[in-house]
Write a protein that binds this ligand. Structure first.
Ligand SMILES: Nc1ncnc2c1ncn2[C@@H]1O[C@H](COP(=O)(O)OP(=O)(O)OP(=O)(O)O)[C@@H](O)[C@H]1O
Length: 260
């Protein structure tokens, strides 16, 4: 599918004939230069934006005809918690909206379960300003997972965190995800992060965004930070880096006269 934005100042092709599939329950990352259409892709997958051309299928049905909204969770770069609600109440929020059939006590038990899984037992009644950035982001991951979405869309969720917190949360995300059947689509600028987390990596070109390559990440699970030290890890990261590096015009083949 393709996405073209028409504005007063001109036309922008954000995504150009992008095509790939995502296996149910898998972890797929998208990496690519700034402005290559990664966020646009998430908007398409969440159903808030329609493609200008082509189609997106969900369980074999056109996405537009599927009630995708109640089945998709989001985590953004900033945690975006409601400041007047405790961690527990923030996690219960999505359950209130998406799982109306649940009683209050069931919702609370579910929210407590996820906070415990994310290492936040004991912090249920803290308000967002009483939590660190990493803790707030963990609450936002719990909030997205608590209603058991079929798809979790994550837009650079760890980009604003320091390196150690980021590494801790990457491992935690893998651990939490292993306990779900959720399909994750994860946007990141970090190549090592994509290699550590994913089963498949979609490498995008600079705008207009095209799929340069789809890479299967062969490393066994469960994965921990330790795999960063493996030569195969460095080799795969380096291959992806090579794909993303802008082509050096000096090394490009000289065009034949007819093409000039
Ligand atoms: N609503 C819109 N109207 C017009 N142009 C848009 C709109 N949304 C995105 N674009 C353009 O589409 C292109 C892709 O934007 P997008 O935000 O998807 O990129 P991105 O890969 O997520 O970037 P980054 O990595 O910097 O977050 C950009 O050139 C952007 O200016």
């Amino acid at each position: 599918m393709s996405v073209v934005f028409k504005t007063k100042t001109g036309v922008t092709t954000a995504l150009d004939k992008v095509s790939f599939d995502i296996a149910p329950g898998s972890f797929l990352s998208v990496v690519g230069p700034s402005g290559c259409g990664k966020t646009t892709l998430l908007k398409i997958l969440s159903g808030v934006l329609q493609p200008s051309g082509g189609r997106v299928l969900f369980d074999g049905e056109p996405l537009a005809r599927t009630k995708v909204q109640g089945q998709v969770g989001y985590v953004f770069q900033r945690a975006l918690l409601l400041p007047w609600r405790s961690a527990l109440d923030n996690v219960m929020l999505t359950l209130e909206v998406a799982r109306r059939g649940m009683s209050r006590s069931e919702r609370e038990a579910e929210a407590r379960h996820w906070l415990k899984v994310a290492g936040l037992a004991g912090f249920e009644h803290r308000f967002p300003h009483e939590l660190s950035g990493g803790m707030q982001q963990r609450v936002s991951i719990c909030r997205a997972l608590a209603f058991r979405p079929r798809i979790l869309l994550m837009d650079e969720p760890f980009a604003a965190l320091d390196e150690i917190t980021r590494e801790t949360l990457q491992e935690e995300l893998l651990r939490i995800w292993a306990q779900t059947e959720t399909t994750v689509v994860f946007i990141t600028h970090s190549i090592p992060e994509a290699v550590l987390l994913s089963e498949q990596i979609v490498v995008m070109s600079a705008r207009p965004g095209r799929v340069l390559e789809r890479i299967n990440v062969p490393f066994a699970r469960p994965r921990t930070e330790k795999i960063r030290e493996m030569p195969d890890f460095a080799a795969l990261a380096s291959r992806i880096r090579g794909l993303l590096r802008p082509r050096d015009p000096a090394s490009a083949p000289v065009p034949a006269m007819a093409e000039v």
